[in-house]
Write a protein that binds this ligand. Structure first.
Ligand code: DSN
Length: 413
């Protein structure tokens, strides 16, 4: 093969990233640590294969074995969530969502979706995303009083706007999104109902959140967040929409599927079907509640007063009016705590500055951390942010974070 030998330049970068992931706290709500089996499948020889099309109907030869892998992934996804159809080819959640729009909408159609600055997603109609440019998205948000979805308000909006599609799902909403009332609203106005379960797919698989599949016409999700699989997307639907969705993904939107990633999705679906995964999902939520309580004790306001899922949204203004999300994220990075700035509902600051932070517990839960460690995490955050101008204090926190992480290695040995 290559006469070049090991690529030290690149692999030393990978070594340093592995080191970073295992010596600092990973609190980004959309990240996780996959199993070794998922890593192995992602790095497998399936990356060598072109397989445009679908199992049994490919545009290239030599796909008999790849077909088996993709069929296995499809079957496991359908079994895990109880769906009639699965398309496991989306390279990402954004592609999955775009494919659904291509499949069921005409350009200019009206769609209801949650606004980005209220906790929604770019692909739910943001004006800077193709979804917002090609379709007439009308946004709903959370109430000012309790910062939660109000299904009566969504019903009123749906009645006034008569959308073709109602999109549910969020990236920064710490509460359960109940699919049942949304189904009823969709039926009342004759709309289709799509649930974007990207963040909560693992909580659904583990029984910690209601399964949207029986209620929604179409469910999209990513496989790398709470579901703990490889980076990628998936679409589940009723049999009625199967053909249109498959056509929208290929040839509509994507070319050759990433069969190595699809194989890793199959691994993740199997792992998520095990009884231990139920305990994992429940622990993610217990950890989120524990860290929320401890962070409230540090003086942060918790948006909506708490959490039902894997994430917490912090309003920094109660802690320190001057502290922006951007400054807080940068400070915590120096202290070995990795998370992201996030707008809070009604945020007076821009999306690049923000008044909030998003804290997620899926990755730290994968390493085995529990409620006592969550109290430590909150204390680290409070200390670092109170001492943000004191380099030595940030260095001390970073050292203590390292000690904690060394007891919970993501890949022991
Ligand atoms: N980037 C994802 C998240 O962090 O929530 C959404 O696409």
């Amino acid at each position: 093969m290559s006469p070049l030998g090991r690529d030290e330049e690149l692999f030393s970068i990978l070594d340093r990233e592995r080191e970073r992931q295992s010596t600092t706290l990973q609190l980004i709500a959309s990240e996780n640590f996959t199993s070794r089996a998922v890593l192995e499948a992602t790095g497998s020889v399936l990356t060598n294969k072109y397989a445009e099309g679908y199992p049994g109907k490919r545009y290239y030869g030599g796909n008999q074995i790849v077909d088996e892998a993709e069929e296995l992934a499809r079957r496991r996804a359908m079994d895990l969530f109880g769906a009639e159809h699965a398309n496991v080819q989306p390279h990402a959640g954004a592609n999955a969502n775009m494919a659904v729009y291509l499949a069921v909408l005409e350009p200019g159609d009206t769609v209801l979706g949650m606004r980005l600055d209220q906790g929604g997603h770019l692909t739910h109609g943001s004006p800077v995303n193709a979804s917002g440019q090609l379709y007439r998205f009308v946004s709903y948000g959370v109430t000012e009083s309790d910062e939660r979805l109000d299904y009566d308000q969504i019903r009123d909006l749906a009645k006034a706007e008569r959308p073709r599609l109602i999109v549910a799902g969020a990236t920064a909403y710490p509460r359960i999104i109940d699919p049942a009332p949304l189904r009823r609203i969709a039926d009342e106005v004759g709309a289709l109902f799509m649930f974007d379960a990207a963040h909560i797919a693992g909580l659904v698989a583990g029984g910690a959140h209601p399964n949207p599949v029986p209620e929604a016409d179409i469910v999209t999700f990513t496989t790398h967040k709470t579901l703990r699989g490889p980076r990628g997307g998936c679409i589940l639907s009723t049999a009625e929409h199967a053909k249109a969705i498959d056509k929208a993904i290929f040839p509509g939107l994507q070319g050759g599927p990433l069969e190595h990633v699809i194989a890793a999705k199959a691994v993740a679906f199997r792992e998520a079907a095990q009884p231990e995964f139920k305990e994992y999902a429940a622990q993610i939520v217990r950890n989120a509640r524990a860290v929320a309580e401890a962070l409230a004790g540090e003086g942060f306001r918790i948006v909506s007063g708490g959490t039902d899922n894997h994430l917490i949204l912090l309003d920094l203004r109660s802690f320190d009016e001057e502290l922006s999300g951007k400054q807080a994220q940068e400070t915590l990075d120096r202290a070995g705590v990795t998370l992201n700035k996030n707008q809070i509902p009604g945020d007076p600051r821009s999306p690049f500055v923000t008044s909030g932070l998003r804290v997620g517990t899926a990755a730290v839960t994968s390493t085995g951390m529990k409620e006592p460690e969550m109290a430590q995490v909150a204390a680290f955050m409070g200390r670092a942010l109170r001492n943000r101008s004191a380099d030595h204090e940030l260095a001390t926190v970073r050292e203590e974070v390292g000690t904690l992480c060394s007891k919970y290695p993501p890949y022991p040995g």
